[in-house]
Design a binder for this molecule. Structure first.
Ligand code: AMP
Ligand code: MG
Length: 345
């Protein structure tokens, strides 16, 4: 799809209020990372807002093409060079993603592991169309035996190298967050202090909406609407990993796209994990890691990753919160009753 054209088609500018006393709110939409990106800007003139939108369309377009896990592009080329085993000079943004991911992977005890690209591909998620059957256990076990990990990649003066030919980078668990952080930097450089960059419900918000904080909804994992909302003022990101985002049903069982590097299978027992953190890349990676950790150990991994605000909804719909998150969320449902599920869910 031609992203620039799509961006123009999707462009929606809403001048919510344009009286002299109330600065306007601008809202734009465009398509990248397989989702609608929404930019909301408050309290600047139309020219600045328009400029921000133009820059973000170009930047997200670049990131989308550079970090794509399976379409021919910079990351696919990088993975070929990694597989060859020799050191090579990597694209700057990919090197930065590798460095950030190595640190986050270590903090998560390897549960966040962007080196498992081959496993994600084996499960059929490196395709726009979803598969209908899970892979062979033999093939999964063969990959697991080679233990691809971020530690296997060495970074030395901008060059990357690995001896593990099973390593294949897939930044699906962090790219949106990392991209949103870059977008927020760009907005700030343009003098924009009040904004939201939202990629399909995962977002970072800075500043406020005039006299009020931003209010953000957390979507229900099995129905339209939200389970809770949260106020953001200053700077915060909120990211959710869910079993409802990319999945297929085989033999009555849901196979989703978040894989446990220890077993090679999609994590059982979790419906969604939401994380709030200042840095979007950290919130994104942590949501993926805590999802993989599962209902028993997610709070322990959250502490290791310095995540104060987390919510896990297990596959029965029960809601578990970190103490700080319990203080912060405004629920639209009774959290102690959990999510009500219909028979087929
Ligand atoms: P998210 O929605 O942020 O949790 O990201 C899910 C995506 O991250 C998947 O579609 C895969 O591309 C990738 N992924 C799956 N399992 C893992 C994992 N254990 N660690 C890191 N990335 C993963
Ligand atoms: Mg993530």
């Amino acid at each position: 799809m031609n992203l620039n054209r799509t961006a123009i088609l999707f462009l929606v500018v809403i001048l919510a209020a344009c009286t002299a006393s109330k600065p306007p709110l601008y809202r734009y939409e465009f398509f990248a990372f397989g989702t609608v990106i929404e930019l909301t800007v408050y309290g600047v003139d139309a020219t600045t807002a328009e400029r921000a939108y133009d820059q973000l369309v170009n930047d997200f377009n670049y990131m989308h093409n550079t970090w794509h896990a399976w379409r021919e592009g910079t990351l696919v080329h990088t993975n070929r060079l990694l597989a060859a085993g020799k050191p090579f000079r990597a694209d700057d943004s990919i090197r930065q993603l590798v460095e950030a991911s190595k640190a986050l992977s270590a903090e998560s005890g390897g549960l966040f592991n962007p080196a498992i690209g081959k496993l994600v591909a084996l499960w059929g998620f490196h395709s726009d169309a979803l598969p209908s059957t899970p892979p062979d256990k033999v093939a999964i076990d063969a990959l697991l035996k080679q233990r691809p990990r971020m530690e296997d990649i060495s970074v030395d003066h901008g060059t990357l190298q690995t001896d593990n030919s099973a390593v294949q980078l897939d930044f699906g668990g962090i790219a949106k967050g990392y991209g949103i952080d870059r977008a927020i930097d760009q907005l700030r450089a343009l003098g924009i202090d009040n904004a939201i960059v939202n990629a399909g419900g995962d977002l970072r918000a800075i500043g406020r909406r005039g006299a009020r904080p931003w209010r953000i909804g957390i979507r229900h994992p099995r129905a339209h609407g939200v389970v809770a909302s949260v106020e953001i003022e200053g700077n915060d990101s909120i990211f959710t990993s869910g079993d409802y985002e990319r999945y297929y049903i085989f033999d009555g069982k849901r196979y989703h796209h978040i894989l446990d590097p220890r077993t090679g299978y999609p994590t059982d027992g979790v419906m969604s994990v939401t994380v709030l953190h200042k840095v979007a890349a950290v919130a994104d990676a942590a949501a993926t890691a805590l999802f993989v950790a599962g209902p028993e150990t997610w709070q322990e991994i959250a502490r290791n990753m310095n995540i104060a605000y987390g919510m896990l909804i297990d596959s029965q719909g029960q809601i578990d919160l970190t103490p700080d998150m319990a203080q912060r969320l405004d629920f639209t449902i009774d959290p102690s009753a959990g999510i009500q599920l219909s028979a087929e869910q």
